[in-house]
Write a protein that binds this ligand. Sequence first.
Ligand code: SAH
Length: 220
Amino acid sequence: MMYAGDSLRLEKLRNKMVDEQIIARKIHAPTVIKAMRDVPRHSFVSDFLKERAYDDCPLPIDESQTISQPYIVALMTELLEVEPTDKVLEIGTGSGYQTAILATLAKKVFTVERHRSLATKVRKLFDQLGYHNIASRSYDGTYGWKEFAPFNKIMVTAASPVLPESLSQQLMDGGKIVIPIGDESSQIMKVYTKNGDYLNETNSIGCQFVKLVGEYGWKE
Ligand code: SAH
């Protein structure tokens, strides 16, 4: 149950989160900052965690997965340099929070989640909250989403041992992929930019994600 007073209080907590965790840590893009102020993160966690939705940490969601820490969501979004005309592919829908952030910045977001229960839950949530530019499916996202390829941008929100080739193949020329790559315990956030047949690679920060499980990720 949600009371009117609750949402005002949660909005205050959200703005505090943006000031102290996002802006203070040098996320600059005004569009990203605005999206982080607008999207109600507490709607993407279980009722018993709503009070902690704006804490500076990841939180558990169903299927032993996690909703990423707010700063990581903002950083990955900024690194992706989303434009209003972009068609974005996201692998690892999870709670759907990152999807909603992307959907406020892009033209259309295609999101893939391997756990059917999570995919079903977020579809309802996106409808309730009025995100109408999101298409989601339950599938092994290491294959990408061929039917709607190529994409301007691709974000992977689970840890991968390598960049799955299917994803770089589904990226438009000039497009970007943001993906944590490493072993099971820690990864480096990588940014790939496609330039013809060449992929330029840069490193961002160290991070810890749950595993990307699938044909071109980790085996179960
Ligand atoms: N951005 C999400 C992160 C969720 S954790 C959030 O902040 O809520 C990563 C998600 O990736 C998990 O839900 C996990 O089930 C999913 N995942 C792992 N391997 C996958 C694969 N091969 N295809 C699609 N989703 C996958």
